[in-house]
Design a binder for this molecule. Structure first.
Ligand SMILES: Nc1nc2c(ncn2[C@@H]2O[C@H](COP(=O)(O)OP(=O)(O)OP(=O)(O)O)[C@@H](O)[C@H]2O)c(=O)[nH]1
Ligand SMILES: [Mg+2]
Length: 591
C-alpha cells in the first residue's frame, strides 16, 4: 500500500478529487459537509489500474486549519498538490508548499482541478514553477475536472507511475506511529489511527505511548477497513489498544517500539529558511502529527537549540518545521542534529556548541557521536538514531577510543601514585578508581585493567609487585621470560607450554596474577608486551599494514593478528577502514 496527502488552497477541489478517485467521502463531519469545507483530516482509499492500493490523507486548505494540514502531511512523504485552474496560485498554495519544502517532501504530483471552469495551462505553469523550486523538484502535472471526471484516468495512470518510483520502506525499522485520530469503539475500547511510515506492526505487539511512557498492547489492527494480523509500512493503520484509556491518547502523541526511542525536550537543530537570528523566540514545532510550542535559542548562523514544551520521541536526522502561528508563516525547516545535547551553562558554551554543530549534518555518524560523547550506552546511541557497529567496552557502554587511551593512562598514573602514597596497601580499591576517573560503572574500570595492572579482590594492583603464584607456575613463567628475552613477541607454542607444565589452568592463574598477558586463547606474552608492541609500532611509518607490524614485532600471524586486535581494543592502535592501523597514544611504561 501507499499513502499520499493532498495539499493546496481552500476550495481548490482536493476533497472533490479524492471523492471522485475513491468513491469515498473524505469530509467525515456533518459540519464539513454543511459548510462545504474540510476542517479536519479525511481518509479514503482506492485500487489503481496496476492493482496498487493507495490511501489518501485529505487535508483542509483553509488558513485557520493549517495545523490540521500539517498533522496530515507530517508523517506522509508523498503529496498530491492541487491547484484550481480558475484561481491559480493562492496564499495557502504557497504556505502548503513552503511546509512541504520545509519537511523535505520529495515525491508528488501536481493536479490542476476545476479545469472545466478555466484553461488549466496558466495555473499549471505557475504551480509547476513554484514546486520545481522546492524539495519536490520537477513533478508530473495532470489537468482534471472533479465535476465532469475529465482527466481522472490520466491521473490514475500518473499516480501509478509516481508510486512505482517511490523508495521501498524499511520493513525492519523501529515503529513510530504518529497518532492523528483517536476514538472509542463500543466493545473494543480505544483506537488510534495514523500513517505508518516505516516498520511493521503486529497484533499482540507491545508498544510504548511516547507521551507517558505507558506500555500498551495491540489488541487488533485494521488497514483500509479490513482486520489484519500485521501491517507493513507504508500504510494507514487503525490500532485497537489494550491497557490505555481514550483520554490518554491524542493527536501528536506516538506509539513507538519499546526501548528504541528517547523522548526529548531539548534539541539542537539546523534551520533551513529564515536566518536564525530573525526567528521569533517562540514558535510551534510541527513534526509527525505533533505541534509543540518551543523556545528558540540561536546558536550559529543556521543552528539553534529548541526547548520543547512537551517531550517528543525524536531522532537525529528527523525533519520538522517551525511555524510562527501569529504571522501564518513557515519560518523554516528543521533538521534534528542532536536529541541529547549538552547543557549550555558555562560561559562560552553556546559559542563552542555552535562550532560543534557546524560540523554536523543530521546524518547519523557513529564515530563522531562517540567522540563527542566519549561514553554512551549502546542502546541510547541506537535510540538516538545512530546504527551501532562499535563493540561495547564493558556492559553496553561504548567508549571513544581516544578517551579510552586517556583513561588507561590516568589509571596507570593513579595506581602508581597510590602505591607511592600507601606503600603498605595492596593496590587501589576499584570504587576509588571509578570515582576518581568519573566513570558511571565499575565494569568500565574493570575493562581498563590490563597488564601490568591486575584486578585482585576488588582492588587494582600492579601485578609486578606481588605474584601470589604457586612456585611451580612462578618458575615456569620465569622460564618463559627467559625464552622471550630476545624476541618478546614470539609467544610459546603449545609444545613448549606443555613442556613447562603450563596447562590451561596454570595459564589462567598466571594471567590472573598478572604474570602473563593473554593475547588469544593459547597465546600468552609477558606483562608489558602491549606497551612494548605499541612503542615498536610507533616507530613504523604510519599507517602500517599487518605484515609490516608482524615484521616489526618479529613474530608470526598467529600472534600478530590477535595482538593487534588487543591493541585496538585497548585504544593503543586504531584500525582504518582499509585494515591498516595507526598508533594512537604514546606508549607508556615501555618495558
Ligand atoms: N466545476 C468544478 N467544480 C469543482 C471541481 N472540483 C471541486 N469543485 C467545487 O469546488 C468547491 C470546493 O471543492 P472541495 O473539493 O471541497 O475543495 P477542497 O480543496 O477540498 O477545499 P478545502 O478542503 O476546504 O480546502 C466545491 O463546491 C466543489 O464542488 C471541478 O473540477 N469542477
Ligand atoms: Mg477539502
Amino acid at each position: 500500500m501507499h499513502v499520499i496527502a493532498t495539499a493546496g488552497h481552500v476550495d481548490h477541489g482536493k476533497s472533490t478529487l479524492v471523492r471522485a478517485l475513491t468513491g469515498m467521502e473524505p469530509d467525515r463531519w456533518a459540519e464539513e459537509r454543511r459548510r462545504g469545507m474540510t476542517i479536519d483530516l479525511g481518509f479514503a482509499w482506492t485500487t489503481l489500474p496496476s492493482g496498487r492500493q493507495l490511501a489518501f490523507v485529505d487535508v483542509p486548505g483553509h488558513e485557520r486549519f493549517v495545523p490540521n494540514m500539517l498533522a496530515g502531511v507530517g508523517p506522509v512523504p508523498t503529496v498530491l498538490f492541487v491547484v484550481a485552474a480558475d484561481e491559480g496560485w493562492m496564499p495557502q498554495s504557497a504556505e502548503h508548499l513552503a511546509a512541504l519544502d520545509a519537511l523535505e517532501v520529495r515525491h508528488g504530483l501536481l493536479v490542476v482541478t476545476r479545469s472545466d471552469l478555466a484553461d488549466p495551462a496558466p495555473a499549471r505553469a505557475q504551480a509547476g514553477k513554484e514546486i520545481a523550486a522546492t524539495s519536490l523538484g520537477e513533478v508530473e502535472a495532470v489537468a482534471v475536472s472533479g465535476a465532469t471526471g475529465a482527466g481522472l484516468d490520466a491521473l490514475r495512470s500518473a499516480l501509478d507511475r509516481l508510486l512505482a518510483t517511490l523508495p521501498a520502506p524499511d520493513a525492519q525499522a523501529d515503529v513510530r506511529l504518529w497518532i492523528d485520530r483517536s476514538f472509542t469503539v463500543k466493545g473494543s475500547g480505544s483506537v488510534v489511527t495514523g500513517t505508518l511510515a516505516a516498520g511493521t506492526m503486529r497484533a499482540g505487539d507491545q508498544l510504548v505511548l511516547a507521551g507517558t511512557g505507558a506500555r500498551v498492547r495491540i489488541r487488533g489492527l485494521q488497514s483500509l477497513g479490513e482486520t489484519v494480523p500485521t501491517v507493513g509500512a507504508v500504510a494507514r493503520v487503525a490500532v485497537n489498544l489494550r491497557g490505555v484509556h481514550r483520554d490518554e491518547l491524542g493527536r501528536g502523541d506516538a506509539l513507538v517500539t519499546p526501548g528504541r526511542f528517547l523522548t526529548t525536550d531539548r534539541l539542537d537543530v539546523r534551520v533551513h529558511g529564515d536566518p536564525v537570528a530573525d526567528l521569533p523566540r517562540e514558535a510551534l514545532l510541527h513534526v509527525g502529527s505533533a505541534a509543540i510550542p518551543v523556545r528558540i535559542r540561536p546558536l550559529g548562523a543556521d543552528t539553534a537549540r529548541l526547548t520543547l514544551a512537551t517531550p517528543l520521541p525524536l531522532r537525529i536526522g528527523d525533519r520538522a518545521l517551525l511555524r510562527d502561528p501569529g504571522r501564518h508563516h513557515v519560518a523554516g525547516g528543521v533538521r534534528v542534529l542532536d536529541v541529547r545535547p549538552p547543557p549550555l551553562a558555562r560561559r562560552g558554551a553556546a559559542r563552542a556548541r555552535a562550532g560543534v554543530l557546524t560540523g554536523m549534518d543530521g546524518r547519523p555518524d557513529e564515530s563522531g557521536e562517540l567522540a563527542r560523547r566519549r561514553l554512551v550506552r549502546r542502546g541510547d546511541m541506537a535510540a538516538m538514531g545512530v546504527p551501532v557497529t562499535a563493540v561495547p567496552t564493558a556492559g553496553d557502554w561504548l567508549v571513544d577510543p581516544t578517551y579510552l587511551a586517556e583513561l588507561r593512562q590516568s589509571l596507570d598514573r593513579l595506581v602508581a601514585a597510590h602505591a607511592a602514597a600507601h606503600p603498605l596497601e595492596d593496590g587501589v580499591p576499584l570504587e576509588v578508581v571509578r570515582h576518581r576517573l568519573g566513570l558511571p560503572d565499575r565494569a568500565l574500570v574493570e575493562a581498563l585493567v590490563a597488564a601490568p595492572l591486575a584486578l585482585r579482590e576488588g582492588r587494582i594492583v600492579s601485578a609486578g609487585d606481588r605474584l601470589d603464584l604457586p612456585p611451580a607456575i612462578a618458575q615456569a613463567v620465569q622460564q618463559l621470560a627467559h625464552d622471550l628475552a630476545d624476541s618478546p613477541f614470539t609467544a610459546p607454542e603449545a609444545g613448549r607450554l606443555a613442556e613447562l607444565g603450563l596447562g590451561s589452568g596454570e595459564l589462567a592463574a598466571a594471567v590472573r596474577a598478572g604474570a602473563l598477558v593473554r593475547v588469544a586463547d593459547a597465546v600468552v606474552l609477558l606483562p608489558g608486551a602491549e606497551q612494548a608492541a605499541a612503542a615498536r609500532l610507533a616507530d613504523l611509518p604510519q599507517p602500517f599494514t599487518l605484515s609490516q607490524a608482524r615484521q616489526a614485532l618479529g613474530t608470526t600471524r598467529r600472534v600478530a593478528v590477535p595482538l593487534l586486535e588487543l591493541l585496538d581494543r585497548q585504544g593503543r592502535t586504531a584500525r582504518l577502514p582499509d585494515d591498516r592501523r595507526t598508533v594512537r597514544a604514546p606508549a607508556t611504561n615501555t618495558s
